[in-house]
Each structure stands twice: as structure tokens, then as C-alpha cells.
Design a protein around this ligand. Structure first.
Ligand code: COA
Ligand code: AMP
Length: 634
């Protein structure tokens, strides 16, 4: 296939690189500004690009109030569909504005002002969006923490973000249990050296949490007497939110998102990438705790005037593998965005897609996948059964929107299985080797984007400008290091194949094996350890630990294994899905002492491997293979 250089998207992308200020300046007209920007792009201090410098706006105003003022007040802003509580409810734009203004008033009453941080640890309920928008309304900076993280992870985020207030709920609902959020908040605050002044707790009917007098306040009491707050004008470059991802050092990395660039970029994607019109329903079946949830459950759909779905359930088991089709039919959903894992789960339970036959999906136009690489089998299964375009797109917490994808709303390129398709506007992708040589088409290396990054991408790491520079820009100055490896083919399609660091992707969730190793190493009987990601048919990857015990430890191995599994669950949380570890005599290492994790992974995945010439003792590899065959985790 040859590249059609005249196609509309190609021209648009080329312009975004040659004239970023012209390109994004035009796109920014879609946003309502209280004061227009002085400069579209200030790139005088890269990598700290500043978009729409001098511009003043409010993200909440753009996502909610302006639609009410434009006559959309009675349109549904949120559909709350919760199979785990048997609830379906709707909130109009007018109702949402009033609820958000009321909650913003409550936050203000507790002392929250522009620039203050608020940590939100909430399940998939509309109140979570209300809390996020209320922060945006005040110019306060929210930081959401995913409910599957343990109190320790919450504590590290509280310590780093230093919130004035924490907003939480009494519980979340997993299909097999109630998750008691409030007691985890208590434990996290106990552990953190920073203590928030107040906690606002939304009491759900399924669980009434005990409140600490003087510190905790019931959500309903907080809003009862609150004076509704208006939208506070903020600079385009002011932070909207911090979103943490696990880091290898035990200190999480807080990606900072600004207001102006974020609103502009997300608004652009809704029509040009997802091909959705204002007034339509938009569904991202993710969790608000992840970046996909921030961008495509909360901000982008409402910036575009769509109706967003807050879905509190799972693709299977709530109650069955037909749930997604039921939601699509019932709420007339034209496009769905989810992770390939969700489809693998559906396919595993209903391989012949029998449930699909029960529903009318004639209005359904496209499926978008992200969070992990879309394996060709799952993608084909979805295509064959749904009979609509299935579009893989690649992104990261850091970027906030797709780096590469197939822009359905502008120009749909032929699908190449296994590829996330073409770079989005502003992304200038290169495959570089360690010596900064550009690698030819088809050759694998690190994936980098030449600076400046487009609007909406991270502006720094919270409280850590140096860490920002070191993490993303030190390998090849002038280029953003994605941390992913892959190649670009002759048609400009990008293939994202693996990570270049210790990150693994478990059910679309990003986790650090280095962090898990730090936890295992703290067990008193463990002398050395390694954690790798092994292939898993449902979750893509799952972590697997290797433990070398200290000399003289005579306890049964399974006891130590059980304890380290519990330690990871206690410290990172159930989301880590750390369920398997094996005890080995020693770890395979190079002569210089580097643990050969890549080779261990190949052995665990039954892949062919070459014995590394630098290995200290090749016999260890046989020992590893035997240990794994004795205690096959899957
Ligand atoms: N709060 C508390 N605990 C949570 C949680 C939350 N919000 N989300 C997940 N967990 C827990 C689960 O209960 C489970 O605990 P367990 O070990 O006690 O069973 C653990 O974390 C792992 O959860 P999960 O990864 O969801 O696995 P699962 O086996 O329960 O479900 C899937 C498998 C495929 C159905 C599920 O992973 C899924 O829906 N994946 C889609 C992923 C996705 O949307 N990713 C977002 C990126 S776009
Ligand atoms: P997160 O920051 O949690 O969104 O995770 C980002 C990481 O997930 C990326 O760096 C990739 O490793 C992986 N990822 C996300 N989407 C894709 C995709 N479409 N193809 C391949 N990898 C992906």
C-alpha cells in the first residue's frame, strides 16, 4: 500500500508539525476563553512548553455552564448505569451545573481555593465527576486515586500532593465484595506525614462509614448550606489535575495537566478522531481513576456537549457477557472506548457472541481500544462480530490523549493488525537507537516524539521539574521518551510492541515490577528477588515473582510465597494482581551482576531464547525452568 500524501489527515498532520501555533490556534477557537491567549506556543524553555500563554478560561465552564447557557440545559450530561446496584439514573447539564456549583461552594467553605489540591478516592458514581468538576470550577487541582490501590499508595499520593481536603465515599462495589474506601482513607492519612484538614465522605446506602468528628464531614451536610460557587478564571497554563502513576522508586510520578492545552486538544479529538457529534452519547468503559477515565469519561465528552456514561460494572459477571451490548442498545451508544482485556473477557465467556444477538446495535458505529496493545485475534473477533471499524490507539497517562491512532472523524486508514496506526497532530514520531541514530523503517527501537509535544500533554511532574527532565528527556535531548519500544513501517504506521523500562501492563493497568521487587525484598526471609510480567490470555500480562531465600531459612516455601503475595496486595493493592511467586536457588545474572529478567520472561512464556553470552552461569536457566514447571502458575 502506498501512502496517499494528498489525504486530508496527512495534510492536517503535516501542518500541525510545520505550523503548530497556526494549527492549534485555530482549534482553540472551539473553547470559550475569558481572555484570549497572548501566544499560542511558548517553546522558549523546552521541554517546558507552555500552550496558550496569557489565555484565561475555566475548564468546568467549558464543559458544563456554557452548554446550559447555549440552551442544552435539559440535555442529559451523565447517564449513571450501575448493574452492581441495579441503578440507572440521569443528570441533565443544568442539574450537573447546580450540583457542581454547590459542591464547589462546600469545598470553598472548607477553605479550598485556586491552586489548592484535593485528593479524590471514589468509585464509579456521578458524585466523583461532581467532585472533579467542582475542583476545576474553583481552579483547585484534583488528584484522583484509583480504588484498586491500597492505603499505602493513597498515602504516598497524599504526602506528595499535600491536599487540603480528601473526598471519598463510604464504599465501592466490586462484584465479589464491598470495598470500604473510608477505612482505607483513614489508614492512608494515618500513614502519610501530610494530614489533610478535612475529608468529605459520600455515604452510599450499601455502607455507612464512621466519621471522625472535626475532620470528616458527610457530603450531604457539606453541600446543605453551601453557597454555590461561580467558575473562577484560571490561566491556561495553571494546573487542572495531577494524575500519579506508579514509579520504580516507591515515589509515584505525578503527571501535571494544564487547563488550556488540555481543553483544546480533547475537544479536537471528539469530532476529528472519535467522529462524535455534540448531543450524542459517548461511552468510555474505563474507570475515572485512570487517564482514559479522566479524558473520556469526564472531560472530553462534556467539553464537546455529549452525554457521558458512568458505568459501574464489569464487562463480564455484572451480570453476564452481554452487559456491554445491553448498555449500547439501551442508551443508544454510537461508539465505545474500552481496553482489549474487556473484550478478551467477553470473548472468553461468549466466544460465539451469542449475547450480541439479543440486542439491537444497528446504531453502533465504531469501537476504540487502548490501554494495552490490541492483539490481532481480539481485534478481529470484535470486527467480525460487531461489523464496525475497530480502532486501536496508543496513549499514556503522560500524554492524556492518543499519541497514535486511526482518525475516524478525519480519514479512516486501512487497518493493519497490531499497529496503533498514525501519529496524532503534534506528535512527530521517531524510532531511535541509543546512539540517537534514526532507525530505518521496520527496525525496532525506542519510540520518541520530537519536541514540542502537542497541547494536553504533561507539563511537568508535580513538585519535580528535575525528575520530569530526567525521566522523559535525558536519553535524547529534544525528544520525549515514551518508554515504549516498537517500529514504524513504510506507510508511517506505528507498532508499539513493548516497554523499555520495568512497566508491565496488567488488564490495561500500568504497574511497576521495580516497585513490586522493592516490596518482596523487604520480606525478612528474602535475600534477592525479581519480578517479571508473563503472558496471560485474559489480562495480557500478569506479574510473577522469583524469590531467593536467605541462607538458613527452613520454612516451607509456600508460606513465604503467601506472605509476599499478601504484602504486595497490602502495599500496592488488589489491582497489582500479584498472585504467583516461586522460590529459586539463585537468579540468572550477567558477570557484572545484572539480573537477566528478559531471559526469565522468555522461559516463563515458553519462548525460544538465546543464552546471553554475558551470563555468569548458564545452568541457572535450567533451574529456573524447573522451578517454573514444578509450580506452574498458569
Ligand atoms: N476498587 C477496588 N478494587 C478493585 C477495583 C476498584 N475500582 N478495580 C479492580 N479491583 C480489584 C478487583 O476486585 C480484583 O481483586 P481480587 O484480586 O480480590 O479479585 C483485582 O483488583 C483485579 O481486578 P481486575 O483487573 O479488574 O480483574 P478482575 O479479574 O476482577 O476482572 C476484567 C477482569 C478483564 C473483567 C477486568 O480487568 C476489566 O474489566 N478490565 C478492563 C480494564 C480497563 O478498563 N482498563 C482501563 C484502561 S483503558
Ligand atoms: P497508562 O499510562 O496507564 O495509560 O499506560 C500507558 C502504557 O500502556 C503505554 O506506555 C503502553 O505501554 C501501553 N499502551 C497503551 N495503549 C496502547 C496501545 N494501543 N498499544 C500498545 N500499548 C499501549
Amino acid at each position: 500500500m502506498s501512502q496517499n500524501i494528498a489525504d486530508r489527515y496527512n495534510q492536517l498532520h503535516a501542518r500541525s508539525l510545520s505550523d503548530p501555533a497556526g494549527f492549534w490556534g485555530e482549534v482553540a477557537e472551539e473553547i470559550t476563553w475569558f481572555k484570549r491567549w497572548d501566544k499560542v506556543l511558548d517553546d522558549s524553555n523546552l521541554p517546558f512548553a507552555r500552550w496558550f500563554k496569557g489565555g484565561v478560561l475555566n475548564t468546568c465552564y467549558n464543559a458544563i455552564d456554557r452548554h446550559v447557557e447555549a440552551g442544552r440545559g435539559e440535555q442529559r450530561a451523565i447517564i449513571y448505569d450501575s448493574p452492581v446496584t441495579n441503578t440507572i439514573a440521569t443528570i441533565t447539564y443544568r442539574e450537573l451545573r447546580d450540583q457542581v456549583a454547590g459542591f464547589a461552594g462546600a469545598l470553598r467553605h472548607l477553605g479550598v481555593e485556586k491552586g489548592d489540591r484535593v485528593i479524590i478516592y471514589m468509585p464509579m458514581i456521578p458524585q466523583t465527576l461532581v467532585a472533579m468538576f467542582a475542583c476545576a470550577r474553583l481552579g483547585a487541582v484534583h488528584s484522583m486515586v484509583f480504588g484498586g490501590f491500597a492505603p499505602h499508595e493513597l498515602a504516598t499520593r497524599i504526602a506528595d500532593a499535600k491536599p487540603r481536603v480528601v473526598v471519598s465515599a463510604s464504599c465501592g462495589i466490586e462484584p465479589n465484595r464491598l470495598v470500604k474506601y473510608k477505612s482505607m482513607v483513614d489508614a492512608a492519612i494515618e500513614e502519610s506525614e501530610h494530614k489533610p484538614e478535612r475529608c468529605i465522605i459520600f455515604q452510599r446506602p450499601q455502607e455507612k462509614a464512621a466519621l471522625l468528628p472535626g475532620r470528616d464531614i458527610d457530603w450531604n451536610d457539606a453541600v446543605a448550606d453551601a453557597v454555590p460557587a461561580d467558575c473562577v478564571p484560571v490561566n491556561a497554563t495553571d494546573p487542572l489535575y495531577i494524575l500519579y502513576t506508579s514509579g520504580t522508586t516507591g515515589r509515584p510520578k505525578g503527571s501535571v495537566r494544564d487547563n488550556g492545552g488540555h481543553a483544546v486538544a480533547l475537544k479536537w479529538t471528539m469530532k476529528n478522531f472519535y467522529n462524535v457529534e455534540p448531543g450524542e452519547v459517548y461511552w468510555a468503559a474505563s474507570d475515572v481513576g485512570w487517564v482514559v477515565g479522566h479524558s473520556y469519561i469526564v472531560y472530553a465528552p462534556l467539553l464537546h456537549g455529549c452525554t457521558t456514561i458512568v458505568f459501574e460494572g464489569k464487562p463480564v459477571g455484572t451480570p453476564n457477557a452481554g452487559t456491554f451490548w445491553r448498555v449500547i442498545e439501551q442508551h443508544k451508544v454510537p461508539t465505545l472506548f474500552t481496553a482489549p482485556t474487556a473484550f478478551r473477557a467477553i470473548k472468553r465467556e461468549d466466544p460465539r457472541a451469542e449475547y450480541l444477538k439479543k440486542y439491537d446495535l444497528s446504531h453502533f458505529r465504531a469501537l476504540f481500544m487502548a490501554g494495552e496493545r490490541s492483539d490481532p485475534d481480539t481485534l478481529r473477533w470484535a470486527e467480525e462480530n460487531l461489523k464496525v471499524p475497530v480502532i486501536d490507539h496508543w496513549w499514556q497517562t503522560e500524554t492524556g490523549w492518543a499519541i497514535c491512532g486511526n482518525p475516524l472523524g478525519t480519514h479512516l486508514y486501512p487497518v493493519k493488525y497490531g499497529s496503533a496506526c498514525r501519529p496524532m497532530p503534534g506528535y512527530d514520531m521517531h524510532v531511535l537507537d541509543p546512539g540517537r541514530q534514526e532507525l530505518p523503517c521496520g527496525e525496532s527501537g525506542g519510540l520518541f516524539s520530537k519536541l514540542p509535544l502537542p497541547p494536553g500533554t504533561l507539563t511537568t511532574l508535580w513538585n519535580d521539574d528535575e525528575g520530569f527532565k530526567k525521566t522523559y528527556f535525558s536519553t535524547h535531548p529534544g525528544y520525549y521518551e515514551t518508554g515504549d519500544a516498537g517500529y514504524i513501517d513504510e506507510d508511517g504506521y506505528v507498532y508499539v510492541m513493548s516497554r523499555t523500562d520495568d512497566i508491565i501492563n496488567v488488564a490495561g493497568h500500568r504497574l511497576s515490577t521495580g516497585e513490586m521487587e522493592g516490596i518482596l525484598a523487604a520480606h525478612p526471609d528474602v535475600a534477592e528477588c525479581a519480578v517479571i510480567g508473563t503472558a496471560d490470555q485474559l489480562k495480557g500480562q500478569v506479574p510473577l515473582g522469583f524469590l531467593v531465600l536467605k541462607a538458613g531459612v527452613n520454612r516451607p516455601h509456600h508460606e513465604v510465597v503467601k506472605e509476599v503475595i499478601q504484602m504486595v496486595r497490602n502495599q500496592i493493592g488488589p489491582v497489582a494482581d500479584f498472585k504467583h511467586a516461586v522460590v529459586v536457588e539463585r537468579l540468572p545474572k550477567t558477570r557484572s551482576g545484572k539480573v537477566l529478567r528478559g531471559t526469565m520472561q522468555k522461559i516463563a512464556d515458553h519462548q525460544e531464547f538465546k543464552v546471553p553470552p554475558t551470563i555468569e552461569d548458564a545452568a541457572v536457566l535450567t533451574e529456573i525452568a524447573e522451578a517454573l514447571s514444578d509450580t506452574r502458575p498458569h
